[in-house]
Write a protein that binds this ligand. Structure first.
Ligand code: HEC
Length: 195
């Protein structure tokens, strides 16, 4: 009885596998769910008047992506150094708001590695093979604000980018300024600490 069961199982497996392929290659496979294999075939940019089916189309010229910010700076170091913070020209009240946001977002996104004061002694630092460097070092102090912004936006070496982390989901237009606010907070930490 036991052997019989085995034979039955093997036979049914074989049957399934054999029935998958088509003996006559010139014929299409059997269609189990309708329309999966023989749906309307359209080339790119085509439109079928009869069925109303449309294929992938390019957006009209001048279309602006929504909720997506083009990163012009990329890894260009010279461009980073030249780029000025948009927070500079804000009225002082708004500037103070961003200063608070900078601290808030630093504590959410950076403190865990770089530490509360920026000394590189965050909670997870001791578990990391490549320790997060101190942001109070001579080197980090020489970075221009634009360079710090670039590091946050595109990452550096083993550090990933925080482009998609330092965000205000309700108002994505603010995202860029939030990263500049974190830059200012890092500067503030550097100024606060005595070397
Ligand atoms: C998961 C841990 C981690 C987090 C979170 C993190 N970093 Fe880093 N950071 C690193 C590591 C590791 C490096 C060194 C990368 C390398 O050189 O390979 C680094 C490098 C840097 C540097 C360059 C320092 C130097 O001397 O060259 C800056 C500036 C920096 N981080 C800022 C930030 C800021 C601002 C945030 C928050 C938005 C942040 N980091 C979040 C791990 C982290």
């Amino acid at each position: 009885m036991k052997f019989y069961k085995h034979y039955l199982l093997t036979f049914s497996c074989l049957f399934f596998l054999v029935s998958c392929g088509s003996k006559f290659k010139s014929q299409p496979n059997k269609e189990i769910t309708h329309d999966m294999l023989s749906g309307p075939q359209l080339n790119a940019q085509e439109y079928d008047d009869e069925t109303g089916a449309a294929s992938v189309r390019l957006p009209p010229k001048g279309t602006l992506p929504q909720g997506f910010e083009k990163n012009m700076m990329g890894m260009d170091l010279a461009l980073a150094d030249r780029t000025q913070s948009p927070l500079k020209n804000l009225p002082s009240e708004e500037h103070i708001q961003y200063a608070e946001l900078g601290e808030e977002y630093y504590n959410i996104s950076c403190k865990i590695c770089h530490g509360e004061t920026g000394a590189g002694d965050g909670k997870v630092a001791s578990f990391m093979v490549r320790k997060p460097p101190s942001l109070l070092s001579l080197q980090a102090r020489t970075y221009s604000p634009g360079r710090l912004y670039q590091i946050i936006s595109v990452g550096k070496g083993l550090m990933g980018n925080y482009h998609g982390v330092i965000v205000n989901k309700q108002n994505p237009k603010q995202n860029q300024k939030l990263r500049w606010a974190v830059v200012e907070y890092v500067r503030q930490l550097q100024q606060n600490s005595q070397r």
